[in-house]
Design a protein around this ligand. Sequence first.
Ligand SMILES: [Zn+2]
Length: 317
Amino acid sequence: MQRRQFLGSTLSASVLGAEAAGQTPPRPAGDITTAAEVTIERPQSGKPHAGKVLATIAPHSDDHSILSGGTIAKLIAEGYTGYLIRTSNDEMDSYDMTKGQTVAANETDNQRMADVLGIKQVFDLNYRNHSMDDVSKVELRARLIFLIRLLKIDTIFSYDPWGHYEENPDHYITAQGVEAACWMAGGHLDFPEHFAAGLEPHMVREKYYYARGPQLVNRVVDISGTIDQKMKAIRANRTMLAHMVGEARDELAKRKLKLPELEGDTDQAIAAYADLRFRTAFARRGEPYGLAYAEQYHYIGPDTSLDAYVERNAVPL
Ligand SMILES: [Zn+2]
């Protein structure tokens, strides 16, 4: 993700207006929720998700940790098996490295970050960073459909394909590919060569979409129990965090300023920056719901429209 906009984008015009007028904002900062009911997803004891599979699919290593790391860690602790699919090669995201060094460093960081979250396996699709709008949509979709069928993915995390004002093509191209692949993977006529190779149609049943700008939010997840794991995952993106810290220092220097906690040892500066920027932001997201820390999503669950009828009328085969 591009860090500069992260905090600024969480303040919607309507919320700012309400605060200016001395009113209590109707929703947490960053939400434009229209008529959606918000469900609070809380920690569950035991392993209620045992046997289920999730995948986090995003272009950049830090997208996974920053935007959904708390919920992913929570669901894996509750029994999910997790996979991570990184669609870009992150070649543009470092402070003082060459492109080649940047690709290798972020590949290593991505694996470390995935390990912190408890991910079973990482798939790097390695499309050119910042250039994914030049990627064939059908090729990206086909690769994702293959992985959905291969891994039997039940639940995905990704960018909201309908999130507004997203400026990074890697984000919206990946999101569009994910959304189409989720249902098309269930088709029996799409990519029949997969079936010859032993795979079966498999549709994704649950989707957690996040966005950096205005979004229809209908699910808030209590990540109070996994916030420390999330922060550790964010810090594991060391190359990207060092980039953020370096840019922050440079911006301050232009104003003849510095923050003492961002000076000196790189790892200490990264830890301080991550707390100032991200721990604070996710605490703010929890405040309106009485939660210490929260992540927010547009959640799309399975189609249950026939469930009641089936319950009353279905008979054994
Ligand atoms: Zn990103």
